[in-house]
Design a protein around this ligand. Structure first.
Ligand SMILES: Nc1ncnc2c1ncn2[C@@H]1O[C@H](COP(=O)(O)OP(=O)(O)O)[C@@H](O)[C@H]1O
Ligand SMILES: [Mg+2]
Length: 208
């Protein structure tokens, strides 16, 4: 079983969007996939309720039950667990980080957002878990994307080789209780999430 935590101390960065779409990608690749929702807002659990499907299974628990819930997943031969976390919650984010094989940090391409991710990176470093930033809500033909990636490179912050665009399919799919790969199989968002999923698989496989 591999565990991926989606972390950002910033609200609205795209944690829930990335977590649910990665879990759907795993399920479409015939993996038994679980989302553990430790955000008291339970956004992803509400999405899970609306879809009425078993894979991914969505479980809402307080962070204090995370370790126990992961053991249940292990006993049930789950392939992938994605942990969706709350913003402004250092303690619970650290608990999630410590349980993860890999951490994905969504971040919008702006100076304000880059400055705000430092506290999230500190959590990853304390937990000693490999982490990558994924740029989310990227606008087409914007210099901002290039400039943001350059700034992250200069700061030696690792990024995934896939950017997630700002697309209406990421919003409308949630309304339908779906991920973008189910909602729009021919869309650009399908390719983005598929590529992000492949990258995640490669990283967790190479983990020593
Ligand atoms: N790539 C995207 N394209 C369009 N809208 C997005 C995208 N990613 C996130 N959103 C929207 O931005 C808002 C915040 O995203 P969300 O995933 O809930 O962030 P977080 O969980 O980090 O608070 C939501 O309304 C979501 O639908
Ligand atoms: Mg969220």
């Amino acid at each position: 079983m591999k565990t991926v935590a989606i972390l950002s101390q910033k609200g609205g960065a795209g944690k829930t969007t990335i977590a649910l779409n990665l879990s759907v990608a795993a399920s479409l690749n015939k993996k038994k996939s679980v989302i553990i929702d430790i955000d008291p807002q339970t956004s992803i659990t509400q999405w899970g309720d609306s879809r009425n499907k078993e894979n991914p299974t969505v479980i809402s628990v307080p962070a204090s039950r995370l370790s126990n819930t992961l053991n249940v997943c292990l006993n049930n031969k789950v392939d992938f667990v994605f942990i969706d976390t709350a913003p402004h919650a250092e303690q619970s984010s650290l608990m999630a980080a410590r349980q993860a094989d890999l951490i994905i940090i969504p971040c919008r391409p702006s100076v304000i957002d880059i400055r705000a991710i430092q506290s999230t990176i500190d959590i990853c470093k304390i937990a000693e878990v490999k982490y990558f930033i994924v740029l989310n809500q990227v606008l087409p033909r914007s210099n901002l994307t290039h400039d943001t990636l350059e700034a992250l490179k200069a700061l030696q912050i690792p990024t995934v080789p896939v950017n997630i665009g700002q697309r209406i399919s990421y919003i409308n799919s949630v309304t339908q209780g779906q991920g973008v790969m189910e909602f729009d199989p021919r869309g650009k968002s399908y390719q983005e999430i598929n590529n992000l999923y492949k990258f995640v698989v490669k990283q967790v496989k190479s983990k020593s």
